[in-house]
Design a protein around this ligand. Structure first.
Ligand SMILES: O=C(O)CCC(=O)C(=O)O
Length: 258
């Protein structure tokens, strides 16, 4: 049983919460395998977004690349947390993978509230991110670093500055961090010898600008895009994953949506 009140309180107080071993491991393995296949194919066709001196890679726009990510979008504990943080009708802003290879340096700290939003940010979150651990995340192997309670400052950190109260948030494969869109964080340096994979769905309140315009970027012929069942013609990507989830707990890949 997930204690949502506890986790929501953690997000409010600390800026993040860790849901340990919340995603079934067979689902984690399927997502991880698909992400690495996509990454390899994108490198092979020259379109891979490789960064951190070639050590790491980000497959973007995952909703357009495999329906397994539609299943991920409908993962109930994540939706429940997002609805509590962002309110009814929240939208998916983006879904990317982050594959940190051995030798990846630490990422500059930042908050996931989009740049056009003026600072100080509002007292309530406009955005929130879920980070799925597709491997064990360890301090040695590049687990995320966060500055607890920094969301209360309602601004971005200073560029390229590190802060003394920064901590690693590590945990076993299948865990998930849910974080407030104003929390300062960044991926840690990967000093290990294996990859550290993560799935990073990003969400916003119903009225904010998403990172990615899914209406345009998810091809119409990708007919299994998750739908809000109430109206039947409105994509969950833009019209509120929360109402869609409430109206149907069914998976995005069921017969109706094919
Ligand atoms: O993968 C991670 O640990 C965090 C990545 C991140 O913060 C980001 O891409 O905004």
């Amino acid at each position: 049983m997930i204690d949502y009140n506890f986790h929501l309180q953690q997000v409010e107080d600390q800026g993040y919460t860790l849901l340990e071993r919340v995603v079934p491991l067979d689902f984690v393995e399927r997502i991880r395998r698909r992400l690495f296949e996509l990454a390899e194919a994108e490198r092979a066709n020259g379109r891979g977004w490789v960064y951190f001196n070639g050590t790491s890679q980000r497959p973007f726009n995952l909703m357009n690349k495999d329906t397994i990510f539609h299943e991920a979008l409908l993962f109930e504990p994540m939706l429940e947390m997002m609805e509590r943080i962002l309110g009814h009708g929240f939208i998916m802003s983006n879904m990317t993978g982050n594959l940190l290879g051995p030798g990846a340096p630490e990422q500059p700290l930042h908050a996931d509230t989009l740049a056009p939003v003026p600072q100080p940010y509002p007292e309530f979150p406009l955005y929130a991110t879920a980070l799925w651990f597709l491997d064990d995340w360890t301090a040695e192997g590049g687990a995320i670093q966060v500055v607890p309670r920094s969301h209360k400052l309602r601004r971005q950190p200073e560029h390229d500055r590190r802060y003394p109260d920064e901590i690693n948030v590590s945990g076993p494969k299948g865990s998930m961090i849910v974080q407030h869109g104003c929390l300062w964080h960044g991926s840690g340096a990967n000093r290990g010898n294996s990859w550290r994979a993560g799935l990073l769905p990003h969400f916003g309140r119903s009225y904010v600008r998403p990172q990615e315009d899914s209406v345009v970027s998810v091809r119409a012929r990708n007919s299994s895009r998750p739908r809000r069942r109430a109206s039947g013609n409105c994509s969950a990507l833009t019209c509120g994953v929360s109402s869609m989830a409430r109206n149907s707990r069914a998976s995005a890949t069921d017969q109706e949506s094919r």
